[in-house]
Design a protein around this ligand. Structure first.
Ligand SMILES: *[C@@H]1O[C@H](CO)[C@@H](O)[C@H](O)[C@H]1NC(C)=O
Ligand SMILES: *[C@@H]1O[C@H](CO)[C@@H](O)[C@H](O)[C@H]1NC(C)=O
Ligand SMILES: *[C@@H]1O[C@H](CO)[C@@H](O)[C@H](O)[C@H]1NC(C)=O
Ligand SMILES: *[C@@H]1O[C@H](CO)[C@@H](O)[C@H](O)[C@H]1NC(C)=O
Ligand SMILES: *[C@@H]1O[C@H](CO)[C@@H](O)[C@H](O)[C@H]1NC(C)=O
Ligand SMILES: *[C@@H]1O[C@H](CO)[C@@H](O)[C@H](O)[C@H]1NC(C)=O
Ligand SMILES: *[C@@H]1O[C@H](CO)[C@@H](O)[C@H](O)[C@H]1NC(C)=O
Ligand SMILES: *[C@@H]1O[C@H](CO)[C@@H](O)[C@H](O)[C@H]1NC(C)=O
Ligand SMILES: *[C@@H]1O[C@H](CO)[C@@H](O)[C@H](O)[C@H]1NC(C)=O
Ligand SMILES: *[C@@H]1O[C@H](CO)[C@@H](O)[C@H](O)[C@H]1NC(C)=O
Ligand SMILES: *[C@@H]1O[C@H](CO)[C@@H](O)[C@H](O)[C@H]1NC(C)=O
Ligand SMILES: [Cu+2]
Length: 558
């Protein structure tokens, strides 16, 4: 009898576990690890000594607990990029935005639930330039017994694209901040931690090998973890079928080249339809403003058919896209559509409460100690954002601390001008810690307009706490009268990071249904450092589930 009762209880427990997800516990020790490959030997900041870091596996609905223990001499925080963090902003991770840093010797338990999300996301350090080596994949499987809306792949493989400096990256950005100039570009791109067999890096490593069986289909979960560069991704002799971006299912489409900006993820099916051989995988930069320096080296890896002999001469190669191949980039962006099925409907806000226009771009401010007496900066609506230091913005918001921020961030540029034009103008920006306030459940249309101040440039803009719909995109200046007629309000792509075209604009829509303080910034680390960032503060609603949860007891203090 006892065992029958136990069995029934177990079944009930199992069902509640299946319905609500389980709790997954991860231990992340942030430690230094000395690498001896990749053109240089130097200590790097890692999770558990691994580069890239370990993959965090979970299912939709799971509660994830990650205990982060800081064993390095840097302040550390970790961001769970793309995880919506409904009411749990305390676990979002950007330093001085939602938490103070985890100081050396301290630890912090990130506690969040993966509600309504499945797909590939990633985690990375969100302080200093530590994310260059502190990053890894988050793989969220559908709920038990739920299948993908595409044929089940034979195997799944995480492919992380990165950027590698021979020098210490903190020295690189510190030098740039002292001189006021742009930081040195990287020395290599990487695929799963390796520049690859054909790299100019003379790495002894063979590079990453993707072993495949002829006739099978593979799901590649591609992540751009580079600091400052958009990347093209190709596989020689094979087409790629895009099925998901930023943990949102897409209408499948086939392409030979993927464009992926820092912060974005792309899931693609690869059918190994050759019988044998080795095929080159490439990751190369996209930057269509020629005066901006990029690391022009191509990272390589190989698709290796089972039974093929490994000689360099036997690798089938592919044409690398030019760094300024704008048509390839535009064609890829224009092909993205949300799946918009019954299970995964598109809910684009149609009535807009806040219609915002943000200019994004560079500027120049005086700096007596800098090389030219000036420094390059970056700004949104002419404000170079300044981080608080005495508390995080979320703590200040929750505990009603005054004098940490103001809520007067301008909803439109202070000065209307020919944004993408090149005429002479005052290059100065203002500084401030200003936020834009949104009522709970209000709707936002945000036009992101690149400027030609110094030079037009594409910017991968990332919003924390939300996904948004990209309802329109174009070149030149956004035209409030003409541009909306081309909006896609039916099946626009939904994502968390958008590549705003160089000298152009993108229009985002989202509903402010997540109370808290949410960072909006360029995912080129150099632009964020220079000030291309701001935050939204979303009020609590009146309902029982519409307010921020109280902070955990171990939340770090400044
Ligand atoms: C995680 O947060 C939830 C509230 O969202 C809380 O109920 C739970 O106790 C927390 N778990 C741990 C281990 O602190
Ligand atoms: C940046 O590059 C310059 C020129 O190659 C070099 O002199 C300098 O040492 C580099 N800076 C760092 C921090 O490596
Ligand atoms: C393999 O797929 C590619 C791209 O879809 C196609 O061009 C090629 O003809 C296929 N090859 C074979 C042997 O089926
Ligand atoms: C990369 O840039 C370097 C320095 O500007 C140049 O010498 C080299 O030819 C370039 N390589 C490619 C593949 O464009
Ligand atoms: C310094 O300023 C001069 C004049 O404005 C400009 O031409 C030059 O490019 C600047 N140098 C650097 C390294 O930014
Ligand atoms: C902050 O102020 C709001 C509104 O006045 C109040 O409801 C809330 O309890 C205050 N929070 C704290 C932590 O004092
Ligand atoms: C803005 O500047 C661009 C580039 O100089 C020019 O082609 C365009 O005509 C200008 N637009 C307006 C409205 O002046
Ligand atoms: C930005 O603000 C500075 C300082 O007030 C001003 O001089 C400059 O003209 C402004 N630029 C733009 C584009 O609004
Ligand atoms: C949010 O607003 C929409 C209408 O704009 C309404 O249908 C929905 O019920 C609201 N949700 C909440 C939680 O208030
Ligand atoms: C609030 O959330 C809890 C837990 O998810 C749920 O059981 C409850 O029904 C929700 N209440 C409302 C009014 O939505
Ligand atoms: C680490 O963060 C604390 C809290 O904000 C700050 O006081 C301290 O200066 C930081 N340490 C370093 C090395 O930046
Ligand atoms: Cu940028």
């Amino acid at each position: 009898m006892v065992s029958l009762v136990h069995a029934i209880l177990l079944v009930i427990l199992l069902f509640s576990v299946l319905a609500n997800g389980i709790t997954r516990h991860y231990e992340f020790n942030v430690v230094l690890k000395t690498t001896t490959h990749l053109c240089s030997s130097k200590p790097i900041v890692t999770v558990n000594g691994r580069y890239p870091g370990p993959t965090l596996y979970a299912r939709e609905g799971d509660n994830v607990l990650v205990n982060v223990v800081n064993k390095v001499n840097y302040n550390v925080t970790i961001h769970w990029h793309g995880v919506r963090q409904l009411r749990t902003g305390w676990a979002d991770g950007p330093a001085y935005i939602t938490q103070c840093p985890i100081q050396p010797g301290q630890s912090y338990l990130y506690n969040f639930t993966l509600t309504g999300q499945r797909g590939t996301l990633w985690y990375h350090a969100h302080i200093l330039w530590l994310r260059v080596t502190l990053h890894g994949a988050i793989v969220i499987k559908p709920k038990p017994k739920v299948s993908y809306p595409f044929p089940k792949p034979y195997k799944e493989v995480v492919v992380i694209l990165g950027e590698w400096w021979k020098a210490d990256t903190e020295a690189v950005i510190n030098q740039a901040m002292q001189t006021g100039q742009a930081p040195n570009v990287s020395d290599a791109h990487t695929i799963n931690g390796h520049p690859g067999p054909l790299s100019a890096c003379n790495s002894l490593q063979d590079g990453f090998k993707l072993h495949v069986k002829s006739g099978k289909t593979y799901l590649l979960r591609i992540i751009n973890a580079a600091l400052n560069e958009d990347l093209f991704f190709k596989i020689a002799g094979h087409k790629l079928t895009i099925v998901e971006v930023d943990a949102i299912y897409t209408k499948p489409f086939t392409t030979d080249t993927i464009l992926i900006t820092p912060g974005q993820t792309t899931n693609t099916l690869l059918t190994a339809n050759k019988s044998t051989g080795r095929y080159l995988i490439t990751a190369s930069p996209f930057m269509d403003t020629m005066i901006i320096a990029v690391d022009n080296k191509t990272a390589t890896a190989t698709v290796h058919y089972d039974g093929s002999v490994a000689t360099t001469s036997s690798i089938t190669t592919t044409k690398i896209p030019q760094r300024n191949a704008t048509p390839i980039a535009t064609s890829f962006s224009n092909s993205l559509r949300s799946l918009n099925s019954r299970e995964f409907p598109v809910n684009v806000p149609l009535e807009i409460d806040h219609s915002l226009l943000f200019t994004i771009g560079l500027g120049v401010n005086p700096c007596a100690t800098c090389i030219n007496g000036s420094r390059v900066v970056a700004a949104i609506n002419n404000i170079s954002f300044v981080m608080p230091s005495t508390s995080s913005l979320l703590q200040a918001h929750f505990f009603n601390l005054s004098r940490v921020f103001t809520t007067d961030f301008p909803g439109k540029p202070p000065l209307a001008f020919n944004y993408t034009g090149t005429g002479p103008r005052n290059l100065r920006t203002l500084t401030g810690t200003r936020l834009y306030r949104l009522r709970y459940n209000s709707t936002v249309q945000l036009v992101l307009q690149d400027t030609g101040i110094i030079a037009p440039e594409s910017h991968p803009i990332h919003l924390h706490g939300f996904n948004f719909f990209v309802v329109g995109m174009g070149v030149g200046n956004y035209n409030p009268k003409a541009s909306p007629s081309a909006f896609n309000l039916v099946d626009p792509i939904e994502r968390n990071t958008v590549g705003v075209p160089s000298g152009g604009w993108a229009v985002l829509r989202f509903r402010a249904d997540n109370p808290g303080v949410w960072f909006l910034h360029c995912h080129f680390e150099v632009h964020t450092t220079w000030g291309l960032k701001m935050a939204f503060v979303v009020d609590d609603g009146n309902g029982p589930n519409e307010s921020i949860l109280p902070p955990p007891a171990d939340l770090p203090h400044c």
